[in-house]
Write a protein that binds this ligand. Structure first.
Ligand code: SAM
Length: 286
């Protein structure tokens, strides 16, 4: 999710050297920080299991519209940055026979395993950096699915695009639904549209703690919140990461719809005045 700088954030107008070690260090910091954040998902795990057991799916209406009836074309799907597996298992509920989830957080993957065992769902889980998704999975999937608050945690999007490509079968589709990068430019705590000070280009930030309208403080004292790193990827950069990897982008959608309460104080009449989310979908050429 596109958290805005908290008081403990460091504003970084210039991207740091994008070398591989720096990328790995930030991803590792995010693993530790997400192990803290995942506690909020653990607290809701039984609710998630009950939700899925009742046959409900958490796919977003935009995803459902773009993906159509999964039963008709999708036998296997991999969910990159799957968190505790709710959306991954929703793909299974929606009729995908083989679902695989990948996430860097130990706590998230432990939650996901617990949920799939409780449901008797034949899901496979990998705890790893998305950039290290095992090669044994290459070429296996009809769908590579990435959703809601994922891309900002990655610090090498070109490498991510190449992972998406290698996982897909020829002709397989990818789908991304995420925060619209333009939404980062508005202050999330304002009632009106106020600039956040975040520049659209070349922005990354480090911060500690989570917005109350998202995960809250998790009951941890502020000094125990670990540092996490986020990157604002522009629509062009996301498009380039996918096309540069040899994928064809066939749909780009921009939507006023939210998927989390990211602007909790914004006047209702201003919802819809700017794009909150985008979707990108396409395929690996056959
Ligand atoms: C906002 S959550 C995704 C939430 C999910 N879309 C949902 O609706 O439940 C972002 C996820 O990305 C994962 N993540 C962050 N960096 C990652 C990386 N480098 N590789 C794999 N997973 C990563 C985090 O552990 C977290 O589960």
């Amino acid at each position: 999710m596109s958290e805005q700088p908290s008081p403990s954030s460091k504003f970084q107008p210039e991207p740091p050297p994008g070398d591989a070690l720096e990328v790995r260090l930030r991803h590792e910091a995010n693993r530790l920080s997400w192990n803290q954040g995942a506690a909020a998902y653990t607290a809701e795990l039984q609710e998630t299991i009950d939700f899925l057991r009742s046959g409900k799916s958490s796919l977003h209406p935009i995803e459902r519209r773009n993906l159509g009836d999964l039963r008709e074309w999708c036998r296997s799907a991999i969910h990159l940055q799957c968190a505790s597996g709710r959306d991954t298992l929703s793909l299974w509920i929606e009729g995908v026979e083989r679902v695989v989830g990948v996430d860097i957080s130990d706590v998230h993957i432990a939650n996901a395993r617990q949920a799939s065992q409780a449901l008797g769902a034949p899901a496979e889980w990998y705890r790893c950096d998305v950039l290290d998704t095992p090669h044994e999975l290459d070429g296996s999937f009809d769908l590579v699915y990435t959703g809601r608050g994922a891309l900002c945690w990655l610090h090498d999007l070109g490498a991510w695009g190449r992972v998406v490509r290698r996982l897909l079968k020829p002709g397989g589709k990818f789908h991304v639904l995420d925060d619209h990068p333009a939404s980062w430019m508005f202050d999330q705590e304002s009632e009106t549209l106020q600039p956040s000070g975040v520049p659209y280009f070349g922005y990354w930030e480090s911060s500690r703690g989570w917005p109350d309208s998202y995960l809250g403080d998790l009951g941890l004292p502020a000094e125990q919140h670990l540092t996490k790193y986020e990157h604002l990827w522009t629509l062009a950069e996301i498009h380039q990461a996918l096309t540069g990897a040899g994928l064809a982008v066939e749909l780009l959608g921009e939507y006023p719809d939210e998927y989390w309460d990211s602007f909790p104080r914004l006047k209702p009449e201003l919802h819809g005045a700017f794009p909150m989310t985008f979707a990108m979908m396409g395929r690996r050429p056959a």
